[in-house]
Write a protein that binds this ligand. Structure first.
Ligand code: SR1
Ligand code: MG
Length: 404
């Protein structure tokens, strides 16, 4: 039994009334529309609107995994990690992060800007939309975090305080299990189409992949470089067309912790490959090529932002420009590793993606196979640039698809 009250459509007015930080943002006595819109794996999410058209989003962490139920308990303290990281990230790039209005630590509720006029990037991509500039913006977000929450951007004592607050072992353990271990060692949560069983078996028996995942998991658990998002897939990004470009807002950072910068990078790269697998499966080859080209855009956004901030580093005495170039090179190489982990978990493991799952089965088979083959190829070939990764993925996904 939870020791706090869950939000419902009927008690949201009481919550808003009780929170002084929400005064003026929405009128709790004139709510005209309250709806639960959560479709994620973990939390309750509501949008509340009042008679004057003001609106907010309320998100509450449940004490268990929503997609499974009470049989999979999970600390609701994750809401605190989300609140802290959103605030830290918003301070660095307010144009790229959803605004946090309030956090109720007793009931684990965040009050956030209503982004109903945006779309979840994954859904937009599944619908065939392009959203120019979104990938580069997400890269800029990673670059800003890599600098601004790290030894480069924070004074020593502030860094220590930020690291202490961000220790998030419960959520990290989920990632360690689901992303790194379970694609290779099934804990009873894996599933694939019967036609993909040989592909999952080949992955699990691939010695090169096993060694790569051992390395990736160790890096994830030991390299506390920056306050990451921690779950930066295309379902954690909202997008909205804005003339020639796109507005982008990152949200849902409950997995935030001090980890390797390349983990966020690899996550978004993997999701672009998965989106491209869907496009190839549907015969949208040009679009698939465009999606894979966005892999370079993420990288360009990250590296440009990091190098823009580099002259402002807290301590330039030892950390010179050569050192910055070395970090970028390392993140790129580790990015392949984490991208491979993220690809395999979304195909084999518990939390899959709609990109692949909503394909008709005959097409899903080839798309899933292609993503697993890209994951394996990435760790064995270690591409020399984001462009090489795109080219490799293009070739593999194209020939693996099952709608030829
Ligand atoms: C039990 S949580 C499953 C997954 O959902 C989240 O979005 C994370 O990706 C996590 O691994
Ligand atoms: Mg999430």
């Amino acid at each position: 039994m939870a020791d706090y009250e869950f939000l419902t459509v009927d008690n949201i007015g009481d919550h808003i009334r009780a929170r002084s930080a929400l005064a003026g943002l929405i009128n709790p006595d004139q709510l005209v529309d309250v709806a639960e819109i959560g479709d994620g794996n973990l939390n309750l999410v509501f949008i509340a609107k009042d008679a004057e058209g003001k609106s907010i989003c309320l998100k509450q962490a449940l004490p268990y995994v929503r997609m499974v139920g009470e049989g999979w308990p999970m600390t609701p303290d994750r809401a605190r990690h989300e609140a802290t990281s959103l605030k830290a990230h918003y301070e660095l790039v307010p144009d790229l992060v959803v605004e946090l209005y309030d956090f109720d630590p007793q009931r684990h509720i965040l009050a956030l800007a209503d982004l109903s006029d945006h779309a979840v990037w994954r859904g937009a991509l599944n619908n065939g939309e392009t959203h120019l500039g979104a990938a580069r913006a997400v890269g800029r977000y990673i670059g800003a975090l890599a600098f601004g929450t790290s030894v480069f951007g924070l004074e020593r004592l502030d860094l220590g305080a930020s690291q202490r607050e961000a220790v998030n072992p419960e959520l990290c353990e989920i990632t360690e299990d689901l992303v790194f271990t379970e694609p290779l060692v099934d804990a009873g949560r894996n599933s694939v189409l019967p036609a993909n069983e040989p592909d999952a078996k080949a992955l699990a028996e691939d010695r090169v992949f096993q060694k790569a995942m051992a390395e990736a998991k160790w890096l994830f658990m030991t390299a506390g470089e920056a306050l990451l998002h921690g779950d930066l897939h295309t379902g954690s990004v909202m997008v909205k067309a804005d003339g020639e470009t796109s507005q982008v807002r990152v949200f849902d950072s409950e997995f935030a912790f001090y980890g390797p910068v390349a983990f966020d990078l690899g996550a978004i790269w993997a999701n672009l490959v998965i989106a491209a697998a869907r496009a190839f499966a549907l015969g949208e080859d040009e679009r698939a090529g465009w999606l894979l080209g966005e892999i370079s855009e993420v990288w360009n956004g990250l590296s440009a932002e990091f190098m823009k901030l580099w002259p402002n580093r807290v301590d330039p005495r030892l950390w010179d420009d050569e050192f910055a170039a070395k970090r970028l090179d390392q993140w790129q190489r580790q990015g392949w590793l984490f991208a491979a982990a993220k690809m395999s978990r979304r195909i084999v493991g518990a939390a899959k993606t709609t990109d692949i799952q909503t394909l008709p089965e005959p097409l899903r088979e080839g798309a899933a196979r292609g993503v697993l083959l890209v994951a394996r190829a990435l760790v064995s070939t270690e591409p020399s640039s984001p462009k090489t990764l795109s080219e490799l993925a293009k070739e593999i996904l194209h020939s693996a698809r099952t709608n030829k």
